[in-house]
Design a protein around this ligand. Structure first.
Ligand code: UD1
Ligand code: UDP
Length: 358
C-alpha cells in the first residue's frame, strides 16, 4: 500500500515524528511538506532534532490568508497526488495543511486517515475548529486520541466502524525524544530549576494587537513575582515588533526553539502559560502544571481532572489566577498529584490498524 503523509507546521512534524519511520518500514510512504511553516526555527530544526528523513516533496506554499494558503496548497497537492496515486492520504491535527490534504484527497476519491480526530473546542471562532470538523467528516479512518474525542465523533453521527481509539501520538513523540531533551539549556538564561514559568502565545484570537497587548500586560505584572521565559512564535514576534509592545526585563524573550531545547526548558519549569494545543498535552506528559491562555480548549478533560487550568484571556483573570497559584505551593502540588493515564503506543496502533483495514 502507498501512503501519502502530508504535514506543514511544527506541531505536525513533531506529532508525526514517531509515525514516519514506522510508515516507512511497513508501507511505501510519500512524505509531502506543504511549506506552511518554512523558517528554519519553525521547520527544519525539528527534522534535525527528531532525526527525521527529508520530505519527498516540499510545496513551498508559505504564509497568506486562510483562503490563499489553503487554495494554493490544494492546487499543488492535487498535482502531486495525481502523479503519485497513493491508496491513502494521512493527515494530522487541525491546520490549513490538514484541511488542504484531506479536501484534495477526498475530491480525488483517495481515502483519508486523520490522526488526532474528534478533538473539539466547540468554538468556531478558532480556524482550527473549522478545520477539525471538516477533516473528520471527510475522513475514512479516524484515529481518536482519547474517549472524549471518540464520543465527540459519535455525537456528530460518524459511524463507529470508522473510529479507532488509539491514544495520542504527541505522548509517543515526547517519550521517543525524552533522552535528547536539553535539561542544561536553562543555564543559558541563568534560570533555576522550577523557579520560572514558560510562556507561549500564537493563536490567531490572541494575536490581534489589542488582545496581545492585554495578555502581555498581564504577563508583565506576573513577572514581578516569577521570571518568565518566552520563546516567541514568529506570528507573535511580528505583532510585538510592529506595535512596539514592551515587556519587562523579567520576561526573557527568545526566538522559537527546537524541540530538544524547548522540552528541556519546559520540563524544568515551575509551570507553563500557553495557548498552544500541543503544549497542553506535553505538560501533562512531563507533569508540569499548565495554565491555558484561552476561553476554550479541545483538551478539556485535563482541565476537568484538575490537571490543567483554563485561565481565559482577560487581564484580571490571568493575573488573579497566577497570583493565587503562586501564593500557595499546595495548589501547584495538587495539580502535579493528579494522575493521568498516558495511553502510549498510538503510532504502532495506527500502523497496525492501517495494515488490517485500509
Ligand atoms: C498555524 C496553524 C495553527 C498551529 C500553528 C502551529 C492554521 C490555521 N494555523 O498557525 O493551528 O497551532 O500553525 O505553530 O493552520 N511565520 C513565519 N515563518 C514560518 C511560519 C510562520 O514567519 O515559518 C509567520 C508569518 O508572519 C505568518 C504567521 O507566522 O504569516 C502565521 O503563520 P501561519 O502558518 O499562517 O499560522 P500559525 O499562526 O503559524
Ligand atoms: N515547541 C517548540 N519550540 C517552541 C515552542 C513550541 O519545539 O519554541 C513545540 C512544542 O513542544 C509542541 C509544539 O511545538 O510540541 C506546539 O506547537 P504550537 O504551539 O506552535 O502549535 P499547536 O500545538 O498549538 O498547534
Amino acid at each position: 500500500m502507498k501512503i501519502a503523509t502530508i504535514l506543514g507546521t511544527r506541531p505536525e512534524i513533531i506529532k508525526f515524528s514517531p509515525l514516519i519511520p514506522l510508515l516507512d518500514q511497513e508501507f511505501t510512504q510519500v512524505l509531502i511538506h506543504t511549506g506552511q511553516h518554512y523558517s528554519y526555527s519553525m521547520d527544519k530544526i525539528f527534522f534535525e532534532d527528531l532525526n527525521l528523513r527529508s520530505c519527498d516533496y516540499t510545496l513551498n506554499v508559505g504564509s497568506g490568508s486562510h483562503a490563499q494558503q489553503t487554495g494554493e496548497m490544494m492546487i499543488k497537492l492535487e498535482e502531486v497526488l495525481l502523479r503519485e496515486k497513493p491508496d491513502l492520504v494521512l493527515v494530522q491535527g487541525d491546520t490549513n495543511s490538514t484541511l488542504a490534504g484531506a479536501l484534495t484527497a477526498s475530491k480525488l476519491q483517495i481515502k483519508v486517515a486523520h490522526v488526532e480526530a474528534g478533538c473539539r473546542s466547540f468554538d468556531k471562532n478558532m480556524p482550527e475548529e473549522v478545520n477539525r470538523v471538516v477533516v473528520d467528516h471527510l475522513s475514512d479512518f479516524l484515529f481518536a486520541p482519547d474517549e472524549n474525542a471518540y464520543e465527540n465523533l459519535i455525537n456528530e453521527g460518524i459511524p463507529k466502524e470508522k473510529i479507532y481509539l488509539v491514544g495520542n501520538t504527541s505522548v509517543d513523540a515526547c517519550l521517543r525524544a525524552k533522552e535528547l531533551f536539553n535539561k542544561e539549556k536553562l543555564k543559558d538564561f541563568s534560570l533555576i530549576k522550577e523557579s520560572y514559568a514558560v510562556l507561549t502565545i500564537h493563536r490567531q484570537e490572541n494575536t490581534s494587537s489589542e488582545k496581545l497587548k492585554e495578555i502581555i500586560s498581564s504577563i508583565n505584572t506576573i513577572s514581578n513575582t516569577v521570571n518568565v521565559l518566552f520563546p516567541v512564535h514568529l506570528r507573535t514576534k511580528a505583532v510585538i515588533e510592529s506595535n512596539k509592545i514592551n515587556l519587562t526585563e523579567n520576561v526573557i524573550l527568545t526566538d522559537p526553539m527546537g524541540y530538544k531545547d524547548f522540552m528541556g526548558l519546559l520540563s524544568n519549569s515551575k509551570f507553563v502559560l500557553t495557548d498552544s494545543g500541543g503544549i497542553q498535552e506535553e505538560a501533562v506528559v512531563l507533569n508540569v502544571p499548565c495554565l491555558i491562555l484561552r476561553d476554550t480548549t479541545e483538551w478539556m478533560h485535563y482541565v476537568d481532572m484538575g490537571k490543567n487550568l483554563l485561565l481565559g484571556t482577560e487581564q484580571s483573570g490571568i493575573v488573579d489566577s497566577v497570583t493565587e497559584l503562586l501564593s500557595d505551593e499546595e495548589k501547584i502540588s495538587a495539580m502535579k498529584r493528579v494522575k493521568v493515564n498516558l495511553n502510549e503506543g498510538a503510532p504502532l496502533k495506527i500502523v497496525n490498524t492501517l495494515k488490517k483495514v485500509a
